[in-house]
Structure formats: structure tokens, C-alpha cells
Ligand binder design. Sequence first.
Ligand code: SAH
Ligand code: SF4
Length: 368
Amino acid sequence: MAHVEGLGEKRFRATQLFRWVHRRGEADFSRMTDLAKSLRDKLVVGHEVRPLPVVAEQRSADGTVKWLFGVGDGNAVETVFIPEADRGTLCVSSQAGCAVGCRFCSTGHQGFSRNLRTGEILAQLWHAEHQLKLRLGLPESERVIDNVVMMGMGEPLQNYGALVPALKVMLDDHAYGLSRRRVTVSTSGVVPMMDRLRDDCPVALAVSLHAPDDALRDDLVPLNRKYPLAELLQACTRYLTAAPRDFITFEYCMLEGVNDSDAHAYRLVDLVRGRSPCAPGVSVSCKFNLIPFNPFPASGLRRSSAQRVSAFAGLLHEAGFVTTVRKTRGDDIDAACGQLAGEVQDRTAVEARRARRTIPLQPERALS
Ligand code: SAH
Ligand code: SF4
């Protein structure tokens, strides 16, 4: 807005431009026909709508689509579209790699390369929304993606400065017009930034818990040593004072023999009810989302059996908590949670694996 004004144009021109780019997916200024010719002429000099280069695209048999976008210096990030009967969800990356280093996460094992810029976060949504709309032949007024989850590569709250402006564009009616309740930031628990998000741009919040006590969480999610459970749960209750939903979603990755016993489930219930010595007196309104672990070779961890996951879910449910078990989507193309690696350094190995796994393009209907 300020930039367009700086070019000597009226504010509404900025809104028009915004709509062309984000609503209509137009990248060529000369085709933005209702913009004054004088503005178009100014824009073509020194401005561009720069899409991220697509390094690879894969489609799963279940309709899931995964893009690998190049972000320079041999780095790449992944974005996953997950179609469901009543909605389309896009899983967006916030960083190339991740510095948190959770034991069960392939992105974490890869280490941290760099933060994505606001434009690079938005470019994932821009590409997915407009590409899919084009392929499905949908009119401009219809949306393909109505749900965004910041659950791709990276810890969004460790890239706060770029994240918040991107979230604001997702919510803007002149751009993607998503509901606050349908934009979810997932965090491993960067406590100070949870408070800032509540003040700056409250959207739905998911917290990756994975353990009912500090000893185990220290081991699985190293950030817990900095922000232990007592602080994390207090931050959750503060977040709820301004959140668009009246609960926090706790994500819990089910690891065989590590965090999946009945005793862990009981301790988890005690934790969120304020009855645990780790966070005494802090109870949090929450739902649980159990994620069966998606294995990758370097982790040395195994996925809990379906029976174990359902017994664990049963105990949480009996204790009165809404509990969902995440369906594994797109695992034939390594698009499931925690499998996003995005490495392009070792091209030969990656390309060979890709060649084996790439699925021929499905008819467009597979997406609906
Ligand atoms: N950094 C953020 C968001 C990205 S990870 C966070 O940790 O919340 C998104 C979700 O995938 C998190 O809940 C994370 O714990 C989970 N996840 C990571 N690796 C996984 C794996 N191998 N299997 C299943 N879930 C995993
Ligand atoms: Fe980073 Fe999230 Fe993976 Fe942990 S689970 S390493 S915070 S991306």
C-alpha cells in the first residue's frame, strides 16, 4: 500500500493490484487491464511477481499433491495439498530446514538452512491455489484452498518477522480471504512468540506436545529445555484469551515404546488438567491430534501399531477429550508429516528415488 502511494498512486490502486496478484493469480502487470496504464508502466520497471521455481511435483494415488520449490543455494522446501471431501488444505513451509532438531522429524535431522521470506511463504499458497484452480477449471470466485496449516518444513515461530505479514495476506479479503479459524500455526513451543502471535495476529494454534513430562519432552523436542512444559502450558492459556478457537490442538506423534503406553495417556490427561508435577495447576482447554509416526531411516524410531494408537485415543476420549487420529496422506510420495526433507544437495540419490516413486499425473478429478 505504502509502496504504491510512494509511486504517486492512490491507495485503491494498491488494493486493485493486490486482487490481481492474489485473487486472480496474475503475474504479468501488462495484463492487469483495469490498472491505469501509467501505473502499469511504473510497475514493469523494477517490480516483478516472482513465483518460486518448481523443482518437482508429485501426485499421490489419494489426490495429495506435493511440490518441491527451489529457494536458492541448493535448498528446497516442500508444500503439500491435501484434498478432502469438504475442504482443501495446504501444508506450508516456513523455513528451509529447522533448527529445533526434534528426534522424530526428518526436517529436523536435516538441520537449518535459512528463514523463508514473506514472499516465499506466500508464493507456496499462490502457486498451489492458482495452479489447482486452473487445472480444475474453477471460476475465480471459487476457492481450492480454504485451510492453511503452517505444518510444512520449519518452525514458523522462529521466523516470526516473515510469518506474520504472510498470515495477514492469507486472511485479507482482497487476497485469499481465509478465516482465522482455518489458518493454523503449528509450533514446537516458542513461548515468547506465542504471546506475540496472540497480540499481532491470532489464528488457530497447534502445539506439538509429544510427551506428558519434561524428561521425555527434553529428549524428543530439544526446545523443551528452554521452554519447559509449565511455561508452555501457561502460554497456551494466555493464547486462548484472544484465539479464534476456544481450544489448543495438541499434536502427539505416536512412537512405539517411547511415548505410547497407557501410563503416558494417563499422564497426558493429568498434565492438561493441571494435575502433573511438571505444570501444577495449569489446565488447558484442548483437543488431541495423534499422528502415527512417519518413519525415515535415520530416526531409529518406529511407528506405534494401529491398535496401540486407537487404545491411546480411547483413553483420552474416555477422559473427555476430543481426539482425532491423523490419517496418513500422501505417504507414497513422502508427503506425510515429518517426511518433508526438501534436500536437493544429494541430487543423484533424490532424483533416483523420485523416478521410482513419481506417479503419472492423475485425471484432474482426483483432486476433487
Ligand atoms: N515446527 C512445527 C511445524 C512443522 S512440523 C512443529 O513442530 O509443530 C508439523 C507436525 O508434524 C508437528 O506436529 C510435528 O511434530 C509433526 N511431525 C514431525 N515429524 C514427524 C514424523 N516423522 N511423523 C509424524 N509427525 C511428525
Ligand atoms: Fe522443526 Fe517441527 Fe520438525 Fe521439530 S517437528 S524439527 S520443530 S519442523
